[in-house]
Design a protein around this ligand. Sequence first.
Ligand SMILES: Cc1ncc(COP(=O)(O)O)c(C=O)c1O
Length: 369
Amino acid sequence: MAKKIEEYYVPWVKGIPMYISEHIEKAWRNPALHRMMSNENPNAPSQKVLDAMVKYSKMANRYPDQGLVVRTKIAEINKLDGPQNVMLGNGSSEVYDNVFRMFIAPGDEVIQHTPCFGIYGLRGKLLGATMVNVPMVYKDKYLHYDPDSILKAVTPKTKIIVVANPNNPTGNFMDAKHFVTIAETGIPFVIDEAYVEFSGLGMSQVALTRKYSNVIVTRTLSKAYGLAGMRFGYALAAKQVIDQIAGSLLPWNVGTIPMWAALAAFEDTEGLAERVHFNNSAVDFITESLSEIPGFVVFPSKANYILFDCGATGKTGKEVLAYAETKGIILRGESQKYGSDGWFRVTIGTQEENRMFVDTVREFFGMKK
Ligand SMILES: Cc1ncc(COP(=O)(O)O)c(C=O)c1O
């Protein structure tokens, strides 16, 4: 008798479903909804980026090259030696896939600092890794990085440590000295800087890649640059590490259009500055407007989202989400943690959406508009 198909699957991939982001599906089906849930940028691409997209769409019959021009530009922005320090991906999510493939065998461990972005776990599990969750510390109503616990979680099986700088959803940065301590372990250390441009590259840990070959910094154009739908991300690391992880790249993984549109986005420094300024003013506006609600905790954010904990008000995050939905606003829920069920996250929207969000939340908590 022939064996069943199930018996042929690699054991650790059995039952892994396709990743579907329900709220994104819903938002595309109903464009009238206010997408304040996925850390997208509310502003459309700049004319310079659009021009590059149109120009290169006319050459879409040709295969892309390996992106030496845009990689050289990225190296220059980050004060690295050259394109040999840069690997391109179809969004930074793909970059984790490439990096993880090069270090992980089934049974190996990946340390992540929770709460954090979910894709590390998804890619890790696909390769048979055990995800080791080290929770951030809840103290004085805020969530803090806990580098000591990260170090204590290291075992001989640890193949990757991943830490976001700043973290999603908490919005804070880890102290620079703690990045050094973790880098000193020699364990492949992925620093996810998806949102760093909102604070400026002065907050980046990219300089560590010059000293520590185990440090790999990841970035994306999905956030401050506002090109999430285009899919463009990259890794920064020492030449010998990029040489090795680039071995896992699918040929032509980044198309000609995203590659040249990305170059236009990097050259459009004004476009980036406008988006960052817009975002940071909106973060201030929402933070100030909602901090007045008694018992409502607003996490100080250095990104394009803000985490809240309304547990002490007697309401749950889910109740806020449901109320916001009645107004057409989609927010992001968070699981119960640290003894509170009051967590939720908002992504900065347009000016009108931010005002609507603030009015909705204030109204829900019985405050004046
Ligand atoms: C911390 C973090 N890293 C990476 C990403 C992935 O970005 P992309 O795959 O669009 O580059 C996200 C997206 O939400 C994120 O929150």
